[in-house]
Design a protein around this ligand. Structure first.
Ligand code: CAA
Ligand code: NAD
Length: 302
């Protein structure tokens, strides 16, 4: 209806201040794109070293974005970069960072208890109108939202790595998500330069429901000795047109994140053979082999 549209448009237009909690692989990318698209951003992490690392990563990534966007025009590129960086603030105190937020996007560790604890605290500290969203890969949005008193202003905003490049944003609604909130999230996604798809709160939404079983099937193929990691990667790139093979992609996503996802699903759905953990992956994570971010996974990156 017209009323719904106008009020949701108002809500979306009101998303000016964005707080991103977690400044790892995903949080840094989300904060960067939000700053690039004109939002005032506060990027938060409990770990000061993670914030420092994110700032370095953003500085490098935004150079690549500007170079592409303003090919040849150095003046425009420099202006774009300095304006975006100027809109990006950092903090190590989540509760103190949501006081003027219109939208909070959470991208912290994939652990339901840790996420619930955070949102419970933020619910007390954030203004009433603030929309809360989680970037979780695999956890039920409804379960995260249930610790707050704002389920109607809660949803999933699931981005893809690398955020400045990947065009998709999955917008997840729980039964309580209001139409205004849903539409505001979609409009915001478009303002971020993304294409949005609507998802129900089912395990893995759309992309990960297909991608995660595929990744773990690849590991099982390797564990059986059917083919080498390198050959499986070459095969899927040249035979199926994927930009990265499954092992390159797992290294890129983070093996710890992969393990968090499958462990959660295995516990929730023990009868589903697609959701079985892998001994090889467990061993690699225990050894600190997390993929690109730690310098070693299925491949080495030193
Ligand atoms: N920041 C800014 N720009 C970047 C970038 C970054 N971090 N990484 C790449 N780019 C840009 C580069 O500028 C480059 O553009 P130009 O060549 O015009 O300069 C372009 O992207 C291509 O980059 P590269 O040449 O370095 O490498 P590539 O062609 O192999 O592309 C890739 C890199 C885009 C990552 C591509 O390999 C790819 O699409 N891989 C698959 C990624 C994927 O599937 N992601 C989803 C993971 S699952 C997930 O995220 C969900 C979850 O919950 C786990
Ligand atoms: P990451 O390990 O790179 O970063 C997580 C960051 O969160 C760390 O810097 C950590 O210090 C911080 N953190 C942990 N607890 C915190 C707290 N209570 N308050 C503030 N900061 C805290 O992880 P990531 O890959 O960026 O993943 C973050 C989230 O995004 C996860 O839910 C993950 O499932 C999801 N996700 C990951 C990908 C991917 O490809 N890696 C893609 C989409 C979604």
């Amino acid at each position: 209806t017209t009323r719904t549209f106008s009020s949701s448009a108002r809500m979306a237009a009101a998303i000016k201040n964005v707080t991103v909690i977690g400044s790892g692989l995903m949080g840094a990318g989300i904060a960067q794109v939000a700053a690039q698209t004109g939002h005032t951003v506060t990027m938060v992490d409990i770990d000061k070293a993670a914030v420092d690392k994110a700032e370095k990563r953003i500085a490098a990534s935004i150079q690549r974005v500007a170079k592409k966007k303003f090919s040849g025009d150095e003046g425009e590129a420099t202006k774009f970069i300095s304006e975006a960086i100027g809109r990006l603030n950092t903090s190590t105190d989540a509760v103190a960072s949501v006081g003027s937020a219109d939208l909070v996007v959470e991208a912290i560790v994939e652990n339901i208890g840790v996420k619930q604890k955070l949102f419970k605290e933020l619910d007390q500290a954030a203004p009433e109108h603030t929309i809360f969203a989680s970037n979780t890969s695999s956890l039920p949005i409804g379960k995260i939202a249930e610790v707050t008193d704002r389920k109607d202003r809660f949803g999933g905003l699931h981005f893809f790595n690398p955020v400045p490049v990947m065009k998709l944003l999955e917008v997840v609604r729980i039964p309580e998500t209001s139409q205004d909130t849903y539409e505001a999230m979609c409009v915001w996604g478009k303002n971020m330069g993304k294409v949005t798809v609507e998802c129900k709160d089912t395990p893995g939404f759309i992309v990960n429901r297909l991608l995660v079983p595929y990744m773990f099937e690849s590991v099982r193929m390797l564990e059986r000795g059917d083919a080498s990691a390198r050959d499986i990667d070459v095969a899927m790139k040249l035979g199926a047109g994927y930009p990265m093979g499954p092992f390159e992609l797992m290294d890129y996503v983070g093996l710890d994140t992969g393990k968090f996802i499958i462990d959660g699903w295995a516990k929730e759905y023990p009868e589903n053979p697609l959701y079985q953990p892998s001994e090889l992956l467990n061993k690699m994570v225990a050894e600190g082999k997390l993929g690109v971010k730690s310098g070693e996974g299925f491949y080495t990156y030193k």
